[in-house]
Design a protein around this ligand. Sequence first.
Ligand code: BG6
Length: 283
Amino acid sequence: MTVKDEGRTVTIQVGSSSVQILKYGANVLSWVVNGRDHLWVSEKAITDGTKAVRGGIPLVFPVFGKTTGQGHATSQLPQHGFARTSEWEFLGSPDEQTAQFGLGPENLSKEAAEAWPYNFTLIYTVRLTNDSSLETELSVENTDKKPFEFNQLFHTYFKVQNIAHVEVDGLQAVNVTDKIECTGYIKKPGPISIHEETDRVYRDEPGTVAITVDKKPYVTIERSSEVCDVVVWNPWNDKAQDLTDFYPKDAYKQMICVEVGSVGKFTELAPGKKWNAKQTLKL
Ligand code: BG6
């Protein structure tokens, strides 16, 4: 078991399994078990720190998407906030299978720091367990004198062989917002399959979510109670053409984003308080 600082990346190795994290964005780039990577990263993903990485696990904070209303503290921030486009500090490894990263106002670009003028500390803990599960945990601390509001999401891109055989199971009859149709409805019972561009938020969803292949479990996503919403996203053909860093263009058939977090409404954090969100990916 080792945690290696390789400069731009950090690698955790447990037996033959490994996880690689890019310090830029603290973006998990790979989760390799039995010689196979279970995360999808675009062949044209930009990893030089000039753009959010198209793949792996980008971190969405402090806003999901783009704030529409003017006047909210996140309204000047870029889509999905600044966590995925900031250089995080590698804080070290509390044990031989865990890597920790930190982000505070001092790590932000001038624009981001001006747009979101709060004192805060983010600690991101990435752990590869003995059974090769991948745990990611984000702790948010308000070190300011005033409260702030935020969204948070683990924007996980899973690699699949063929989207036609994939379903997302475990979601209950919750409120759904369809960002493409711009509609809301209550989810029908049963698993979800993807046949077209899909961009939906399932709100206040308790319990474990499973990605299945041919109805058999592939990955399960366990989460802490703060992680109450699930976003299911696949750009499909037309949108993939528009995304310059999405490659190969037909790779929408080999990926699915199942993103868990807290995005249905803003979470308010009082001065001096901490908030924690955790997901565990299990094969
Ligand atoms: C998803 C959003 O989380 O991320 C989609 O629900 C968005 O609306 C997608 O298109 C990708 O976003 P980006 O900024 O990485 O292209």
